[in-house]
Design a protein around this ligand. Structure first.
Ligand SMILES: Cc1cc2nc3c(=O)[nH]c(=O)nc-3n(C[C@H](O)[C@H](O)[C@H](O)COP(=O)(O)O)c2cc1C
Length: 199
C-alpha cells in the first residue's frame, strides 16, 4: 500500500471509531414516527435496560431508549419515562445526579416511572411502589401521581463488579430472572394510553 493511501485509510478508520464511540440511544423504530418519546434508564447489570427497551416495544417502538451514563440531551423529546434498577433501596447516583442537573428540561415532560428490583423475589405490593417510586423516584423528579410500575429483575453474577458479586454470593442468593417482557410492554401501552386520554 502506498504511504499516502495508508495514512488516508488510517484517518478514515479513526473517524469511524470516533463516530461509533459517540453515545446514542437504542433506536428500534419499526417505522418513522413523529412522536417524541424517550425512556431514560439507569442499570448496573442490564435488567433495567431490558425493561426500558420492552416498555418502548409495548409502545410499538416509538420511544428511544437512553442509558443515563450517556448523559443524553433529552431537550428534543416531548414525553419521557424514567426508571432504574434499585440497589440499597435507591436508583444509581448517576441517575440521581442527572435528574437534579437536568430538572428544568425534564420536569414538564415526565409521563411515567419504573423501578426494577429484587424485592426478595416476592411480587411488588402497593407498599413497594410507595417506597421505590412515590417516596423515591417521584421525589427526585418532583412530580407525583404518574403511571408507575415496579418490576422484578434479575441477578446475574457474571455481570457484577467482583466485590459486589462476593457480597451477594455471601448471602447465598441464587441467580434469578423474574423480569417479564409482557409486563414491561403492558406498562408501555398503559403510559401511551394515559397521554392519549389527556387529549
Ligand atoms: C448490590 C445489590 C443491591 C441490591 N439492593 C436491592 C434493594 O435494596 N432492594 C431490592 O428490592 N433489590 C435489590 N437488589 C436487586 C436488584 O435491584 C435487581 O437484581 C435488579 O434486577 C438489578 O437491576 P440491573 O440488572 O438493571 O442492574 C440489589 C442487587 C444488588 C446486586
Amino acid at each position: 500500500m502506498k504511504k499516502r493511501t495508508f495514512i488516508k485509510s488510517g484517518i478514515l478508520a479513526m473517524g469511524a471509531m470516533l463516530i461509533t464511540k459517540k453515545g446514542s440511544s437504542l433506536e428500534y423504530y419499526p417505522r418513522p414516527s413523529d412522536k417524541k418519546w424517550a425512556v431514560l434508564y439507569a442499570s448496573w447489570c442490564g435488567s433495567a435496560r431490558d425493561a426500558g427497551v420492552w416498555i418502548s416495544e409495548g409502545m410499538d417502538g416509538i420511544a428511544n431508549v437512553f442509558d443515563v451514563r450517556e448523559n443524553p440531551d433529552l431537550s428534543h423529546y416531548d414525553n419521557l419515562i424514567i426508571g432504574g434498577a434499585i440497589r440499597g433501596g435507591k436508583v444509581s447516583q448517576e441517575l440521581q445526579n442527572y435528574i437534579a442537573g437536568n430538572w428544568d428540561i425534564l420536569r414538564s415532560k415526565i409521563r411515567g416511572y419504573f423501578a426494577v428490583c429484587g424485592n426478595m423475589m416476592k411480587p411488588p405490593t402497593a407498599e413497594t411502589v410507595k417506597l421505590l417510586i412515590d417516596d423515591h423516584i417521584a421525589v427526585l423528579c418532583g412530580i407525583s401521581n404518574l403511571p408507575s410500575r415496579v418490576f422484578l429483575g434479575r441477578i446475574t453474577y457474571g455481570l457484577m463488579e467482583p466485590d459486589v458479586r462476593k457480597q451477594m454470593e455471601g448471602y447465598k442468593m441464587p441467580e434469578y430472572d423474574n423480569l417479564k417482557r409482557s409486563e414491561c410492554m403492558a406498562f408501555g401501552k398503559e403510559i401511551l394510553a394515559s397521554v392519549s386520554n389527556r387529549g
